[in-house]
Design a protein around this ligand. Structure first.
Ligand code: ADP
Length: 195
């Protein structure tokens, strides 16, 4: 099974690209944020719990997030691949993901696309998305700033010192057009599937 991680700050286009890859390759699009928002909408007890963090722009604690991930991955054994959108976001989450893949003999992390986007563009995109997305965390400038802070403080450097080879991590410029980025990503995935 192929495992591809889309990594980068909020608003960088991970969700958009995940959907394109999902359609093109038939991989499963696994977004922890989407799973959380679904729980919030259905007012489950988990939804109430995570709402507290998400609305403040804070990361949901690892224990909760990883439990959600394990439960989901267990349902996906029949897929050719999984695209991870918004997971991992901490060092612990990388370790957990590796453990899960090991435990179920699902292969390894094949590729990581690292989206780079400058802060002013992140803010612009999130506030723009907030107008139509009904996402509380995209409407409030304080929450938006807090998420960027969390990303810079907790998430952005998590691959440093990881045992992955350099060629597993592919940097990309997230200010390019959706089309340009998707063509770039698709080519890398085709190359991976050829080998
Ligand atoms: P974005 O990438 O635009 O921030 P997401 O849907 O990926 O949107 O995440 C929304 C929120 O859900 C995050 O701000 C965070 O509070 C929570 N969240 C999602 N994934 C994780 C994760 N892997 N670890 C901790 N919190 C998470």
């Amino acid at each position: 099974m192929i495992h591809i991680i889309l990594f980068g700050p909020p608003g960088c286009g991970k969700g958009t690209q995940s959907k394109i890859i999902e359609k093109k390759f038939g991989f499963f699009h696994l977004s922890t944020g989407m799973i959380f928002r679904d729980h919030i909408k259905r007012k489950t007890s988990l939804g109430k719990l995570v709402n507290f963090y998400i609305n403040k722009g804070k990361l949901v604690p690892d224990q909760i997030t990883t439990k959600i991930l394990v439960d989901k991955v267990k349902e996906l054994f029949q897929y050719k691949g999984i695209i991870y959108d918004g997971y991992p976001r901490t060092k612990n989450q990388i370790l957990s993901l590796k453990k899960i893949l090991n435990r179920f003999s699902l292969g390894k992390i094949n590729l990581i696309f690292y989206f780079n986007l400058q802060k002013d563009l992140i803010i612009k995109r999130l506030l723009q998305r907030g107008k139509t997305s009904n996402r509380n965390d995209d409407i409030n400038i304080n929450t938006v700033n807090r998420r960027i802070e969390e990303y810079n403080k907790e998430t952005s450097l998590i691959w440093k010192n990881s045992l992955l080879k350099n060629n597993n991590i592919i940097m990309l410029n997230a200010s390019l057009s959706i089309k340009k980025i998707s063509v770039f990503i698709e080519k890398k995935i085709y190359d991976l599937m050829k080998n």
